[in-house]
Write a protein that binds this ligand. Structure first.
Ligand code: NAD
Length: 316
C-alpha cells in the first residue's frame, strides 16, 4: 500500500506516517518544507517530496501510482483569515489539485481529507452539531474546508475517487512551536507551562472548546482511511470523537498531571485577543461523533490521559 500524505511533515502527518510505517505501508510525505528539527525516527523510513500543493503538475506526478492520499496540506485558521487570497490558493486550488490528481490516478484512489469544526458557525447554529448540521463558516479557513468537503463528496458520488472526510475538533497537544491556528492556545496552555515556558492565553478562562487528543485523532484517521467505501454510503463526512473542556479545566489538569511527575510549571499570563476570541467563539462546543465510533474510531481520551501521553512522548 503506497500512501501519499500532503502536509506530511506537519503535526498530524508525522503521527499518521508513524502508524502506516508501523504496519509496513510505503509512505510519501509531501510538504512545502522539511521541519527545522528534522523528522526524527521516521526520517529514514519515508520518502520525502518537497513542493507546493498549488502546482498541479507537481501534485499530479506525486499522486500517480498511489493507493491512498491523506490530504492535510493547508493554511490554518488565523493565517487564512489574515490572507484570503493565499487561503484560496493553498486550500481551494491546492485541494482541487489533490482531488483532480487522485481522479486522474484512478477511481480506486482513497482520499482522506481533514476538515474542521471551523466549518460550523452563525448565531443560529445549534449548541450541539452533527454531520447533518448545515455548515455556515464564520471564517475563510472554515469556508475552504466546507467547499472541499462538498467537492470530495460529489467526486466520490460520481465514482471519480473513493473519498472520506474527517471533521476534526481542535487537536491537543501539538509539540514544538505554536502555529497560526486561532485555537493554537489550546495546546499552548498545556505545552508551554510543562516546558517551563511562559504561556499567554487569549480567551476567558471559562471559554469552552471541543478538543481531541493527538493519539486518538491519528488512530481515528487511520480507521477512516482503512474503512470500506460502502461504510460511508452517500455521505463521506465523519465527525471525530471529542471532549468539551474549558480553558480553566485544561490548566487545572496540567497542574494535576505535572504534580504527579514533579514538573515545575512555567507562568501563565492573561493576554486577551479579540480576533482569536471572535474566531474560536463562533465554533460549536460539542459535536456528535456516533458515526465515527460506529466505524471503529477510538473513544476520546480524557484530559489527564492526553497530558500524560504528551509528557511521555515529548517532555524529556
Ligand atoms: N491540528 C488540529 O487541531 C486540526 C483541527 C482541525 C483540522 N485540522 C486540519 O488537519 C490538517 C493537518 O493539521 P496539522 O495540525 O497537522 O497542520 P500543520 O500545520 O502541522 O501541517 C500542515 C502542513 O501543510 C504544509 N503546507 C502548508 N502549505 C503548503 C503548501 N502550499 N504546499 C505543501 N504543503 C503545505 C505545512 O508546511 C505543514 O507541514 C490540516 O488540513 C488542518 O487544517 C487540524
Amino acid at each position: 500500500m503506497r500512501t501519499v500524505i500532503t502536509g506530511g511533515c506537519g503535526f498530524l502527518g508525522r503521527l499518521i506516517a508513524e502508524r502506516l510505517i508501523g504496519r509496513g505501508d510505503d509512505v510519501v510525505l509531501f510538504d512545502i518544507a522539511e521541519p527545522l528539527n528534522g523528522l526524527g525516527d521516521i526520517s529514514d523510513k519515508v520518502e520525502i517530496r518537497l513542493g507546493d500543493i498549488t502546482n498541479y503538475e507537481i501534485v499530479k506526478n506525486l499522486i500517480s501510482g498511489a493507493d491512498a492520499v491523506v490530504h492535510l496540506a493547508s493554511m490554518v485558521s488565523a493565517g487564512s483569515e489574515a490572507d484570503f487570497d493565499a487561503a484560496m490558493r493553498v486550500n481551494l486550488d491546492g485541494g482541487r489539485n489533490v482531488l483532480e490528481s487522485s481522479r486522474a490516478n484512478g477511481p480506486a484512489t482513497r482520499v482522506l481529507f481533514t476538515s474542521s469544526l471551523a466549518i460550523f458557525g452563525s448565531d443560529r447554529m445549534p449548541m450541539h452539531v452533527d454531520e447533518m448540521t448545515r455548515p455556515v463558516p464564520q471564517n475563510t479557513y472554515g469556508m475552504t474546508k466546507a467547499v472541499i468537503e462538498l467537492l470530495l463528496n460529489d467526486m466520490s458520488r460520481k465514482g471519480f475517487v473513493d473519498g472520506r472526510i474527517a471533521r476534526l475538533p481542535t487537536i491537543i497537544v501539538r509539540p514544538g512551536k505554536p502555529n497560526t491556528a486561532a485555537s493554537s492556545f489550546a495546546s499552548g496552555v498545556i505545552r508551554e507551562p510543562l516546558m517551563g515556558d511562559e504561556c499567554c492565553y487569549p480567551v476567558p478562562l471559562d471559554m469552552t472548546l471541543m478538543v481531541g487528543g493527538y493519539r486518538a485523532c491519528a488512530d481515528a484517521l487511520v480507521v477512516l482511511l482503512d474503512a470500506p467505501a460502502d461504510a460511508f454510503g452517500d455521505d463521506r463526512v465523519v465527525n471525530l470523537p471529542n471532549i468539551t473542556v474549558s480553558v480553566a479545566q485544561m490548566m487545572e489538569a496540567t497542574r494535576t498531571v505535572a504534580a504527579r511527575h514533579g514538573i515545575e510549571l512555567g507562568p501563565i499570563v492573561e493576554a486577551p485577543d479579540a480576533n482569536v476570541q471572535k474566531i474560536v467563539g463562533a465554533w460549536p462546543t460539542s459535536m456528535d461523533a456516533s458515526r465515527a465510533l460506529a466505524l471503529g474510531c477510538p473513544q476520546p481520551a480524557d484530559l489527564d490521559d492526553i497530558i500524560e501521553d504528551f509528557i511521555s512522548d515529548y517532555v524529556h
